[in-house]
Design a protein around this ligand. Structure first.
Ligand SMILES: Cc1cc2nc3c(=O)[nH]c(=O)nc-3n(C[C@H](O)[C@H](O)[C@H](O)COP(=O)(O)OP(=O)(O)OC[C@H]3O[C@@H](n4cnc5c(N)ncnc54)[C@H](O)[C@@H]3O)c2cc1C
Length: 386
């Protein structure tokens, strides 16, 4: 009986385990995750869980009995610490070893930390359910919140904290929030939205120093020398892919674990999927690492087929969504600053789509409060790949 081992029980790993079974694999499937919870959805953590509208247990991917029902050996609270690709063994933190025939690394990422905030108690990051519970408890109405970083998670935390009645300051080193995912003409509209909602959004400013006073408040100093006082600090400066196992085993890594279009890594029998995987970009060349829910899900499913040696539809172009103050944002493809942009609708009224083009190719698209239009836009980005 052959054994499939999956390290990382996020959506990529969990989907792979389930896909192995739905594809008819009858051998052993072991899903190892170092978090104590059963696999859960992260997107609500910065939205409805933080708002208190969704109970943490409602984020579970599947009911607890699902795993045994599908003969998936789910080992939560278990950390893989070693990988021997020659002997095909995964070493666990308790000293035991697991032999595999095929291995999937779906280790995702951890929240990046900020050197200026290192060692300071009470500074939050947001990646896990435990992080969300701690931050939720801290977001009491009236609490002054400083968000360091105006990317998707920083912007969502800012929106949630404002909705909960907290004064919010956001420090973002780029000229606009969401600069990594949205070209400036669209990012600018989200900057205005946050300011209209009362966020003190400071762009072009990074955090230089952070101190805690004797009374427990934080004093933050920006690179422009200005100071802000806050009760709660949230560091939202992105994530770092968990490549430690792969690095130590000598797999090719860069920004993530390098895989081919079939999720195969540089080691035979070892695959990678989800936020940790650096994949070939089928449209623009080069590589990309998606940090999106659906991409992780699709990659997990495709990797399971690859582990079985079966052809699989390659994952689609990345797509993600965000909700800020009830405004639905969806992004697909790889839009960048400098792309030609064609708006359709009312950008100032936050009711529009935007299509991005570069060198004759449609590189990506955005829909704002027009979720139904995203499907056709994504298909247009994918057309040259069909
Ligand atoms: C707060 C938040 C909000 C988000 N909102 C959205 C959204 O609105 N839309 C969207 O598209 N995407 C969103 N995302 C991104 C999306 O959730 C991720 O892209 C997706 O969860 C990635 O799944 P994954 O399985 O690749 O990795 P992960 O979810 O990171 O799972 C990897 C798991 O592997 C574990 N692990 C790592 N190393 C080991 C080891 N050595 N041994 C055992 N276990 C290990 C990790 O602890 C983790 O549990 C959000 C993410 C966050 C954090």
């Amino acid at each position: 009986m052959s054994t499939m081992v999956i390290v990382g029980a996020g959506v990529a790993g969990a989907t792979a385990a389930r896909t192995l079974r739905s594809a008819g694999f009858d051998g052993r499937v072991v899903l190892i995750g170092d978090e104590p919870e059963h696999p859960y959805r992260r997107p609500p953590l910065s939205k409805d869980v933080l708002l208190g509208r969704t109970a943490p247990e409602r984020t579970r991917l599947w009911p607890p009995e699902h795993w045994a029902g599908h003969r998936i050996e789910l080992r939560t609270g278990t950390r893989a610490v070693r990988l021997d690709t020659g002997r095909r063994l995964v070493g666990l933190a308790d000293g035991s070893e697991l032999a595999y025939d095929r291995l999937l690394l779906a280790t995702g990422g951890r929240a990046r930390r900020l050197p200026a905030a290192e060692g300071l108690e009470g500074v939050h990051t947001l990646r896990t359910l435990a992080d969300a519970a701690r931050l939720r408890a801290a977001l009491v109405p009236g609490t002054r919140v400083l968000v360091v970083g105006g990317g998707l998670i920083g912007a969502e935390v800012a929106a949630t904290a404002r909705t909960l009645g907290c004064p919010v300051t956001v420090l973002e080193p780029e000229p606009y929030p969401l600069a990594r995912v949205l070209p400036p003409p669209v990012a600018r509209l989200f900057a205005s939205l946050h300011r209209r909602q009362g966020v003190d959004l400071r762009t072009g400013i990074a955090l230089e120093r952070l101190k805690r006073t004797d009374h427990g408040a934080f004093v933050a100093t920006g690179t422009d020398g200005r100071r802000w006082t806050a009760d709660v600090v949230v560091v939202a400066i992105g994530m770092r892919p968990c490549t430690a196992l792969a690095d130590a085993a000598g797999l090719t890594t860069g920004d993530g674990i390098v895989v081919n279009e079939h999720a195969g890594t540089s080691a035979p029998g070892v695959f990678a999927a989800g936020d940790v995987a650096s994949r070939p970009n089928p449209l623009l060349g080069g590589r990309y690492r998606a940090e999106h829910w659906q991409a992780a899900q699709e990659q997990g499913a495709a990797a399971a087929h690859a582990m079985l040696g079966r052809p699989a539809r390659p994952p689609r172009v990345p797509w993600c969504w965000s909700d800020q103050y009830g405004v639905n944002l969806q992004i697909c493809g790889w839009p960048e600053a400098g792309d030609d942009i064609r708006f359709d609708g009312d950008p100032d009224g936050m009711d529009f789509t935007a299509a991005f083009h570069r060198g004759g190719l449609m590189t990506g698209a955005v829909s704002v409060n027009r979720p139904k239009e995203m499907r056709a836009l994504r298909e247009r980005v994918e057309r040259p790949l069909l």
